[in-house]
Unconditional design. Sequence first.
Length: 196
Amino acid sequence: MPTQGWNQTLVTQRTAGTLFNTFTTAKTVINQQDLYGFYANYFQLGSKLRIRVNGAVSNIVTTPGTVAFQVMLGTIVVWSSGNVQLNATAHTTLPFRLDVDLTCQLTNTGVGGAIAKFMGLGVLTGVMFTKTAAQVDGVNSETVMTVPVTAPALGTAFDSTISQILDFFVGFSISNAGNGVRIDQYDVDALSMPSA
C-alpha cells in the first residue's frame, strides 16, 4: 500500500560562492552562512539526503590533474567522488553539476561507540571531466559519469548521536591558478522515508 511522504529542502546557497584556486587539500567551497547543522540523533536507519551542486570549474591544459568532491559532516568525509580526471583542454569557469544521493544504512553499532554510515552515489556532468587523462574536448564524448567509479560501499563512520555541520569540500591534485572551482547553487533535500 502506498504511503504519503514529502521532501524538505534543508538548505540552499543564497548567492554564488567565491572562486577558489591554487590549492590541493580539500576545503569548504560553500558560503559559510549556508552551512546546515543537523541536531543530535537526526540520522536514523534509512534517512535520505539529496545534494545538488551547480557551479563552475576551470582547469589547465598541461597535466590538468584531478578534482575530488566531498560531502562532509564536521571533519568526516562521509561521501567522496574519488579523484575525477580533468581533461586536457583548458577550461575557464565552465558549468558542472553534481547530484548525490545518500542513504544512512548503518546506525549505532557497538564498534567504537555510536556510529553511522552512508551509502552514496553521484552523477557528475561537465565537459571538463573524463576517465582518460589525455582526452581533449574534441574526443571527449563522456561528459556524464557516475561517481565514485569504484564499487558502492559504506562511507566513513560518523557519530550520529551528536550535532553535525554539513559541508561540501573540493580538492585538486595540482595547485595552479588555472585549476579552480566556484559553487553557484547548492541545495540539500531530506527525502521522506516510507513508514514501516
